[in-house]
Ligand binder design. Structure first.
Ligand code: ATP
Ligand code: MG
Length: 317
């Protein structure tokens, strides 16, 4: 079996690993058992470790687009690792990516995906997307215009798209099973889903993580406008663990602080370090019917450059 990746950023075939899930952007693998029988098939349910591989795929409006953004998987993985390292007060899902065999070190992450993969403990994931918003835009802005509230949280009148909120708010969403759209829910609904204690823990951890990261981003001249976390329960201890990707430009909106201060239109205020360039281009060139058009190379390059700039700015600060 060879380790290769097709140009269309399809999931890699990895010797010793079994692909158990492909999301729009990431591929999950567990260690192959060697003895593959129907009732001992490798699965997320039984594996203690999961390899989370970020591809170069880019999605917008729930469609995976062609081509991918070269280097995106590695950049997003580096961003996650960079942030996990700065948020060590909260337990996270990373585990050692090497093992000692006798007196030699064995790398566990296959060379073919090195740099864009994280080895993690498999958790029982909570079906909640823990969204925190420090600024009003996107679906929050849409909801605000209809009801002057977001996820049941009342907000002051007169806010504009891109405005800073009086304080960051927790606006959870229900993580719909594959193929369905995630749905904004109230805090009370999260209590029904995971119990009062865990619901409060997810909210408090999310708000605390957001406050810490916003302060760090600010030093880099970057606004962290909003973000989404996922948490899971440790299978042995039940402890709540920070999982998935964290503060990447796929899971967060990042804006240039200077542009936000001086900008006069939503476009110039929200100069973003994420795939907004892709969303804007697509919105102007596609009516949503059939297959989305292929991204032009200048859009691909501009997007890649913005992703790179975010990492440079953060790591310089
Ligand atoms: P979409 O295509 O809409 O993004 P998705 O969120 O399921 O769907 P990805 O984000 O590409 O797709 O895949 C990552 C998946 O891995 C998520 O379902 C996430 O809940 C899961 N996950 C992340 N960390 C862990 C972990 N430590 N244990 C188990 N599952 C995890
Ligand atoms: Mg996801």
């Amino acid at each position: 079996q060879s380790e290769h990746e097709s140009p269309a950023s399809a999931a890699a075939v990895l010797d010793g690993w079994t692909l158990v899930y492909s999301g729009k952007v990431r591929d999950l693998y567990v260690e192959s058992s060697g003895i593959e029988t129907a009732d001992a098939a490798p699965s997320l349910e039984t594996a203690s470790r999961v390899l989370v591989v970020a591809s170069d795929r880019v999605s917008a409006f729930d469609h995976v687009l062609e081509p991918g953004i070269p280097g995106k998987g590695a950049l997003l993985t580096t961003l996650s690792l960079w942030w996990f390292d700065r948020l060590r007060d909260v337990p996270n899902h990373l585990v050692a990516d090497h093992e000692l065999v006798g007196n030699s070190v064995r790398e566990l992450i296959p060379a073919a995906v090195a740099g864009r993969a994280m080895l993690c403990r498999t958790l029982d994931m909570y079906p909640i997307e823990c969204v925190v918003r420090g600024y009003l835009t996107g679906s929050g802005w849409k909801e605000y215009r209809q009801s002057q509230s977001v996820c049941g949280i009342a907000l002051p009148a007169g806010l504009q798209n891109g405005d800073r909120l009086p304080e960051p708010i927790y606006t959870p969403a229900w993580k719909a099973p594959m193929g369905q759209h995630d749905e904004n829910i109230s805090f009370e609904r999260t209590v029904e889903l995971v119990g009062a204690q865990v619901a409060a823990e997810l909210r408090d951890l999310s708000l605390a993580l957001f406050a810490t990261a916003s302060a760090i981003a600010e030093q880099a001249g970057v606004i962290l406008a909003d973000t989404k976390f996922e948490f899971g329960a440790d299978r042995q201890t039940g402890v709540t663990v920070l999982a998935d990707e964290v503060f990447t430009s796929d899971s967060s909106r990042y804006w240039d602080a200077e542009a936000w201060k001086t900008g006069t239109t939503p476009e110039t205020r929200m100069a973003s370090f994420d795939k907004q360039i892709v969303r804007n281009w697509l919105a102007a060139h596609w009516d949503g019917a059939g297959t989305p058009p292929v991204l032009p190379s200048e859009i691909v390059e501009q997007t890649a450059a913005r992703y790179r700039e975010l990492l440079e700015r953060l790591s310089r600060a």
